[in-house]
Unconditional design. Structure first.
Length: 295
C-alpha cells in the first residue's frame, strides 16, 4: 500500500456521510416546502371564509351586501366595503372610531387604516405598507356585487349565490383595506399569478356568495371563468369606473406598540397605540377606553 493513499482514505467516511446528509436534505426540503405551502393555502382559504361569514352577517342586518364604495353626489370617495364589514370581522372599538362623514384617508380616519385588519393578510404575501403607511388588503371584491353605492341582495343573484363569486385572492396591485375601490372584474389567470407569491398550488381560491370557498386551477376552462365574471347582477360602466391604483406597497411594515395606561382591576381599561414611521419616529398616537384583554 502506498503511504500517500492512507490520509485520503481516512476522508472517505466523512465524504459518504456528507453525501448522505445532502441526499436527506434534498428529499426532505421539498416536503417541508409543500407542507408550508399547504398551511399558507389553508390559512388564506380560512381568511376568505371569515369574510364570507362577515358579509352574511351584514346581509342579515341590512338585507343586502355593503356598498363596494360609498360615494357622495359630488363624487367624493368616502369608505369601502372593508369599513362596513369590520365590526363583523372582529370585536374591536375601531369601527366606532370611524368618522363616516369624512373620507377613509382623511386625517381623522387614516390612522385606523395603518394597522392590519383581521383576516386581510395573505400569509404567502410579505406584508408591507404604502409610503403613506396604509395596510393593503390581499383580497378583492367582485365588482358585480361590490361597486359604487351598491346594495346587492341575494335575490338579485340570478345564477344563485353558490355560482356567484364574492371575493378572491389578489396577488398584486393591492388597494388599502379602507379604500372604496377595492373591487375588480374576474381576470384569469389572476394578475401576478406567476410571481413568487402567486398561485397556490397552481390556482386560486374564490369566495362564493353563499360563503363557500372553491379552488380554481390555473387551467380552468375560459367558459367557466366567463360565466362567473358575467354572473348577474351586472352593473353599469359608470358604477364600476375607478381611477388607476396609486398605491405601491413597497415600504417596510410600520411598527405599532400598545401601552396600557390604566392598570386597575376593573374590566374597563384605557390603552394607547403608537404607530411608528420606518425611521423609528412616532407618526400617530391614539388612545382607547374600552374593555381590554391580553388574550
Amino acid at each position: 500500500m502506498n503511504a500517500r493513499e492512507i490520509p485520503w482514505r481516512r476522508w472517505i467516511p466523512w465524504i459518504v456521510a456528507g453525501l448522505v446528509v445532502l441526499m436527506v436534505i434534498a428529499l426532505v426540503l421539498p416536503a417541508i416546502q409543500q407542507a408550508r405551502e399547504a398551511a399558507r393555502r389553508s390559512s388564506s382559504k380560512n381568511n376568505l371564509k371569515q369574510f364570507g361569514l362577515a358579509f352574511h352577517n351584514y346581509h342579515d342586518v341590512f338585507n343586502c351586501f355593503p356598498p363596494g364604495g360609498v360615494f357622495g353626489e359630488d363624487g367624493t370617495a368616502f369608505h369601502g366595503w372593508g369599513s362596513a364589514v369590520w365590526p363583523f370581522m372582529e370585536a374591536s372599538p375601531y369601527y366606532s372610531m370611524i368618522d363616516h362623514s369624512s373620507p377613509w384617508d382623511a386625517p381623522v380616519n387614516s390612522y385606523l387604516f395603518k394597522q392590519i385588519p383581521y383576516g386581510s393578510e395573505n400569509p404567502k404575501i410579505p406584508m408591507q405598507n404604502s409610503p403613506e403607511g396604509f395596510a393593503p388588503s390581499h383580497y378583492i371584491g367582485n365588482q358585480n356585487l361590490l361597486h359604487r353605492n351598491s346594495s346587492v341582495s341575494f335575490e338579485q343573484m340570478e345564477n344563485g349565490s353558490s355560482e356567484t363569486w364574492l371575493m378572491t385572492e389578489q396577488f398584486q396591485d393591492w388597494w388599502p383595506f379602507g379604500s372604496p375601490y377595492n373591487w375588480t372584474s374576474l381576470e384569469w389567470p389572476r394578475p401576478g399569478a406567476d410571481s413568487d407569491h402567486g398561485w397556490f398550488g397552481g390556482g386560486a381560491h374564490l369566495l362564493m356568495a353563499d360563503s363557500s370557498v372553491k379552488f380554481f386551477a390555473a387551467e380552468t376552462d375560459d367558459a367557466i371563468i366567463r360565466a362567473l365574471r358575467d354572473a348577474p347582477p351586472v352593473p353599469s360602466a359608470e358604477q364600476t369606473v375607478k381611477p388607476p391604483n396609486p398605491y405601491r406597497f413597497e415600504s417596510p411594515r410600520w411598527k405599532q406598540d400598545r401601552l396600557m395606561i390604566d392598570d386597575s382591576s376593573s374590566e374597563d381599561k384605557a390603552y394607547c397605540t403608537a404607530i411608528y414611521l420606518p425611521s423609528g419616529e412616532i407618526e400617530t398616537v391614539y388612545c382607547i377606553h374600552d374593555k381590554f384583554t391580553d388574550e
